[in-house]
Design a protein. Structure first.
Length: 131
């Protein structure tokens, strides 16, 4: 799981630097919360994983957006992409605070997930085209 996070967040081939940073971040979370930081990270990742994604199909000459369920691998990938987009404007040091904010239900990533679900709910009428 941690290797997948490193590979997705890695920029410009600085994998070793990112691994060291993640280890320091997990140690800080351990000191602050007195809990296993890797379990907290997995819990936060499970909290932001989307279950539904939107796919576009061309039916009768129209492009229709259809909500679809996605598998676990794709859910983790989308969650890591959302983490990366939120952290793009910030430093990687904010990953620790972002994880704590996810656990406290006041994160930007949770707002992105809510927007995604509202968008999927608006296209709920086209679910019967899912084949």
């Amino acid at each position: 799981m941690i290797a997948k996070v490193v590979n997705n967040l890695c920029k410009k081939g600085k994998k070793q630097l990112l691994e060291l940073y993640l280890l320091k971040m997990f140690n800080l979370i351990n000191k602050k919360n007195q809990r296993n930081s890797i379990l907290l990270f997995k819990f936060a990742l499970n909290k932001i994983k989307p279950i539904i994604t939107l796919k576009t199909k061309r039916i009768r000459g129209k492009n229709i957006v259809i909500p679809n369920e996605i598998n676990n691998k794709k859910q983790i990938k989308l969650a890591l992409i959302w983490i990366q987009t939120v952290l793009k404007n910030k430093k990687l040091l904010d990953l620790e605070t972002e994880i704590i904010n996810i656990l406290n239900n006041n994160s930007e990533i949770l707002k992105i997930k809510d927007k995604h679900y509202k968008n999927a709910e608006s296209y709920r009428a086209f679910v019967h085209y899912k084949w």
